[in-house]
Design a protein. Structure first.
Lengths: 440, 251
């Protein structure tokens, strides 16, 4: 346990140095959040498997490292990331290298002038009104060690604002590249996405790595979906295989808003997604889809929480897992229906396919319903590829590997199809092909 | 083409086939009839290579190769096709994708190039007409949400595309109304050539009004107890399977 103390102490010890490295350029608001969060962090323990919310996800392997919270700026040029073809299909992209904004790699070519896409360290000065109104208002750090850690060291991240009555046609890509060249960095993106009324926008977050080094991404993202606004959010996590990825997404949904997300988890040794949405007005719609593809000793944990705080809201969740090797999957879906939230519809489904004898899944629905006129359902399955389906495909001349690939594609297809951007859909189909079609 | 010799098969430890002997030549249609539980479907599925079925004795030579030594996919590539009694639903797998993948794997095995996409599309469209299937079914998932009749027609459609040398139709007629039956039978008849052969496994004589067999075999308690021409089927229809059971006191 000494190691754990070391990492915690390190975070506290280096705070002064971190503040100095910012050259006093932050607004007072940020300074006070950092300070308060650091205090909170020093009082909050990292979760253990004794905590119900972390029962199946042991983060001790993560705490063995002394991740460096002060990350040097690492310059990359376009050539360095030429392998990431997916970026090319997005006219508008904002890029972060080891958590720090890269102006050279970013571009916004086809956006309405009123749409703001910039990095947080600039936005906190230039867009103070919006910033003050929303920043750190949804992802509270009081009872969450990882959010406290992120908040204590807030430096950069994506800031996107879409004002009222704007439909943003082109999706906006937020690309996080890890180089992890020097030490074992603690990369802590802090993102804020705000939408006004009657708007529409799609965000794509893509986490990638240039190395197979060890680092720790601890991301916090706050999202405001304005009244009658539709927000699509796609997150693809492709961290290095020895990285750690902890991500918290807090969504605030106003009246008649529609939030739809697809979370794809492919990389990292240990990854955890906490996705929480709160309905702050009637008529809201929230769809959370996800796919996790794990192999070797990887572990992925998705925790969702949908807070039906108001009546007449619908939520749909569908998460699917494909697990090979000795990997583990965890799904915990909490739905809270508050006493006045009548006419709530909440549906949740988690399906898993296990391809090996040693892979394991823990899945748990958690419905807390305090209203009486609601429709809620949940379902969970864990199984193997169906023998009858395999035989059927083989009887048509299709070989073992191809048949497996076809069935795995088919299993993943409803989640993949819920992505409305063709380039991403194709990108994922290719990944599925490469992972499972060993013949080709 | 196919020569089955003394085939014994166990399913879940129980012997179902107890020494089947059957020879099928190119250009022939053989009907295998028999009461429920006589082993008809076991025979069909064993020839297609279902792994749960344990062959304890005998062989099945297909053009000189012992089928029983081959994996299900290699049997299919060699030219064996099974139309399933209960076609499997494959959500998320489109009919086109299944057919194209299957056809290309078969072609690859035979040293042929992958089929050109345009050529493939026009070919499958013409073959769909054979079994009067709607083109919209192509983009739908295999058998998902299909009616019973559509599923059976889809099996014959797959057969038309894959052009097997030996087709085994496992109770393709069961559950079909008379119109669907006529369509299915029509498709099978049109696919018949002097170079391929068909084994029709059925419980009812009705199908044989449309697909005229050259030979009829009666399977009972895991053995072929009677063989004859198409008139045997009519006799069976007339007298029922009890006649067979009485006639064969002890198997």
């Amino acid at each position: 346990m000494n190691d754990v103390v070391d990492f915690r102490e390190l975070i506290t010890e280096r705070f002064g140095e971190f503040e100095k490295s910012l050259n006093g350029s932050s607004p007072i608001l940020l300074k006070s959040i950092r300070k308060e969060a650091l205090e909170r962090f020093s009082l909050t323990k990292f979760p253990t498997t004794k905590d119900e919310e972390w029962r199946f996800t042991n983060i001790l392997p993560l705490l063995k490292y002394s991740f460096d919270p002060i990350v040097d700026k690492h310059e990359l040029n376009v050539k360095d990331i030429s392998n990431f073809k997916l970026k090319d299909s997005f006219k508008n992209h904002i890029v972060f290298v080891d958590g720090i904004f890269s102006e050279e790699l970013s571009a916004s070519n086809s956006l309405d002038k009123l749409v703001i896409v910039k990095n947080l360290s600039i936005a906190c000065k230039e867009d103070q009104e919006l910033f003050k109104k929303h920043f750190s208002k949804y992802a509270h750090f009081q009872d969450n060690a990882f959010t406290a850690l992120n908040s204590a060291y807030i430096k950069d991240g994506a800031f996107i604002s879409v004002p009222d009555n704007i439909s943003v046609e082109e999706p906006i890509l937020v690309l996080f590249i890890s180089t992890a060249m020097n030490n074992q960095p603690l990369v802590q993106p802090r993102n804020l996405y705000i939408t006004g009324r009657n708007s529409k926008v799609t965000f794509v977050e893509h986490y990638i790595s240039l190395s197979s080094n060890t680092y720790f991404t601890n991301a916090v993202t706050e999202i405001v979906v304005g009244e009658n606004t539709t927000l699509n959010h796609i997150k693809i996590q492709e961290e290095s295989s020895s990285a750690f990825h902890i991500s918290r997404t807090e969504i605030d949904q106003e009246r008649d808003s529609n939030y739809e997300s697809v979370s794809i988890s492919l990389g990292a040794e240990i990854s955890r997604d906490d996705i929480s949405s709160k309905f702050n007005g009637e008529g809201g719609e929230c769809t959370l889809n996800g796919l996790y593809l794990m192999d070797n000793t990887q572990l992925h944990d998705t925790h969702t929480m949908i807070d039906h705080a108001k009546p007449y809201c619908n939520s749909h969740e569908h998460f699917k897992g494909i697990l090979d090797g000795k990997s583990r999957g965890v799904f915990n879906g909490k739905v809270m229906v508050r006493p006045n939230a009548q006419k709530t519809n909440a549906f949740q489904e988690n399906n898993n396919i296990i391809l090996s004898n040693e892979a394991l899944v823990n899945t748990k629905p958690q419905l807390e319903i305090f209203a009486d006129d609601v429709k809620c359902s949940h379902g969970a399955t864990i199984g193997q590829l169906d023998d009858e389906s395999m035989f059927y495909l083989k009887s048509r001349g299709i070989g073992e590997e191809t048949a497996r690939t076809i069935l795995i594609h088919a299993f993943a297809s409803d989640v993949v199809k819920s992505i409305k951007i063709d380039s991403i859909k194709n990108y994922l189909e290719n990944i599925l092909d490469q992972r499972f079609n060993k013949e080709s | 083409m196919l020569e089955i010799k003394n085939l014994h098969v166990k399913v879940e430890g129980k012997e179902i086939l107890k020494g089947i002997n059957l020879t099928v030549n190119a250009g022939e249609v053989h009907a295998i009839m028999g009461p429920n539980g006589s082993g008809k479907s076991t025979l069909a599925q064993t020839l297609a290579g279902k792994t749960e079925y344990e062959v304890t004795n005998g062989e099945a030579l297909f053009e000189g190769k012992n089928l029983l030594d081959l994996s299900p996919e290699v049997r299919a590539r060699e030219g064996v096709f099974l139309a399933f009694q209960y076609p499997i639903e494959l959500p998320g797998v489109s009919n086109t994708n299944l057919l194209k993948t299957a056809l290309n794997e078969i072609r690859k095995y035979r040293g042929l190039e992958a089929i050109d996409t345009m050529e493939f599309l026009s070919m499958i469209k013409s073959k769909m007409k054979l079994v009067e299937l709607e083109q919209s079914l192509l983009s739908r998932a295999v058998n998902e949400g299909f009616s019973g009749g559509e599923k059976k027609r889809n099996e014959i459609f797959q057969m038309a595309v894959l052009e097997p040398k030996l087709a085994i139709l496992d109770e393709t007629d069961s559950g079909l109304d008379i119109d669907a039956l006529r369509i299915v039978a029509n498709g099978v008849n049109k696919l018949k050539t002097k170079d391929n052969a068909t084994i029709v496994v059925t419980h009812y004589q009705r199908l044989l009004d449309y697909i005229i067999p050259d030979f009829v075999h009666v399977l009972y308690k895991g053995k072929i107890v009677m063989s004859g021409g198409k008139e045997l089927a009519l006799e069976l229809e007339d007298k029922g399977y009890d006649w067979v059971k009485e006639d064969i006191p002890q198997v």
